[in-house]
Design a protein around this ligand. Structure first.
Ligand code: NZQ
Ligand code: ZN
Length: 385
């Protein structure tokens, strides 16, 4: 029986030229901190466009938020925001910049040591600065959700937090801004969005046909549009479809009231923290072996996935499950995202190191049944070599 609250307050403004709308979205008297990444927002002119749209407002620029944003860097922004009495944050970039802005938003009014936001998973956040975003990379869904993932370099820890107080007030999604992305980031985005759907869909049936059919539609759209984004890099419509599918993949809709997994993500975070793999690379490595390892617990959904997403109807149940897992791996490989730890130069020692980290971070009861302990994670990772 379905039973849930669905809450999502983010206003989406979608389409070419939408950055000009910032003027009506950001309060006229706001003291704005604009957060951005390494260079892309400057190089592509998006930052200039944002500055023009903000007009006469007081603006403080904060650049250098890294891919996989770090606590160390973001604490500089927290200090400045406190000193300058910033009252609005605008993130211009991909998931990393948006996640970074969410952390700053929660940390500025936080009385305690801000790393505790991560240690508590966000449950003790009592206030946050308002955030808006200008998205330049379709992948994480951070532009329309209440999650954020922050890395503390000194501890080699990458941890998530969630709070309804950090939902963006608005997000501007101009697909044309994603034309400048390198192929690797486009492919990463497709894989990340795909795995977001899988973490919420590939569990066990709870008679939620709306969530199931919607998830299957998102997966099929990614299978169709993902390769087109690489073969037709100038096609606006393809970029637009990709941006919308990635946003819908993790804005709460398909996950409402259904069991969720997230083990692939939580194990993957350890490989980014330890070895700097891109977030999507970690997912492409772990998901196929996770599907194989969990084929009994996920059996009904695996068969549904095989039939409805990949149209697999021949052979017995086991053969169709094998084929669905192989199609998933092949899809990632077709996009150019490698699916073996060895492809990234990682061997058995990396598996042992990641397991140690999982233990340290209390990631010992993962998955929709909370039964993925370290022994199961070890089997998954050894199968991922
Ligand atoms: O730093 P700059 O120079 O801006 O370059 C970025 C970055 O190097 C570049 N880029 C972004 N937009 C561009 C562009 N280059 C050219 N043209 C553009 N328009 O792309 C690189 C990657 O950017 P990043 O923001 O790191 O990528 P993504 O959006 O994939 O975000 C990944 C982060 O999000 C977290 C991940 O763990 C990772 O830290 N996630 C956040 C989630 C959430 N909040 O809900 C869920 C996800 O599962 C994920 O964990
Ligand atoms: Zn992800």
């Amino acid at each position: 029986m379905l039973n849930f609250d669905f809450y999502n307050p983010t206003h989406i403004s979608f389409g070419k030229g939408r950055i000009a709308k910032l003027d009506s979205f950001v309060p006229a008297d706001a003291k704005v901190m604009v957060l951005y990444g390494g260079q892309s927002a400057q190089r592509t002119g998006t930052l200039d466009e944002v500055k023009v749209a903000l007009g006469e407002r007081q603006v403080h620029l904060f650049g250098g938020v890294e891919a996989n944003p770090t606590y160390e860097k973001l604490m500089e922004a927290v200090q400045i925001a406190r000193d300058e009495k910033i009252d609005f944050l605008l993130a211009v970039g991909g998931g990393s910049v948006i996640d970074g802005a969410k952390f700053v938003a929660a940390a500025v009014p936080y009385a305690d040591e801000p790393w505790n936001i991560l240690l508590s998973g966000g449950s003790d956040i009592k206030a946050a600065l308002p955030i808006g975003t200008v998205l330049t990379l379709a992948a994480t869904g951070s532009e329309m959700n209440n999650g954020s993932v922050i890395t503390r370099k000194s501890l080699q820890a990458k941890l998530p937090f969630h709070s309804n107080l950090v939902f963006p007030k608005f997000s501007i999604l101009d697909p044309a801004k994603s034309f400048t992305l390198p192929e690797r980031q486009v492919a990463n985005g497709v894989v990340d969005a795909f795995v977001h759907v899988m973490e919420q869909y590939l569990t066990y049936p709870v008679n939620a046909p709306v969530q199931d059919r919607f998830a299957e539609g998102l997966l099929q759209t990614l299978v169709e549009q993902g390769p087109l984004a690489l073969s037709q890099p100038d096609d606006y419509d393809v970029r637009a479809n990709l941006m919308w599918v990635a946003t819908m993949a993790l804005n709460g809709l398909i996950g409402a009231g259904v069991p969720q997994d997230w083990s692939t993500h939580l194990i993957g975070h350890e490989f980014t923290a330890l070895y700097g793999l891109d977030h999507a690379q970690t997912l492409a490595v772990i998901l196929p072996s996770m599907m194989h390892e969990r084929r009994v617990a996920k059996r009904e959904k695996l068969l549904q996935y095989a039939e409805r997403v990949w149209n697999l109807r021949d052979g017995d149940d086991e053969q169709r499950i094998d084929a669905a897992i192989e199609n998933t791996r092949a899809f990632f490989e077709t996009l150019g995202v490698k699916t073996r730890l060895k492809d990234y130069g990682l061997e058995q020692a990396a598996v042992d190191a990641a397991l140690k980290q999982l233990e340290q971070h209390a990631m010992t009861k993962l998955g929709e049944h909370q039964d993925i302990d370290l022994a199961v994670s070890r089997r998954v990772l050894e199968a991922s070599l």
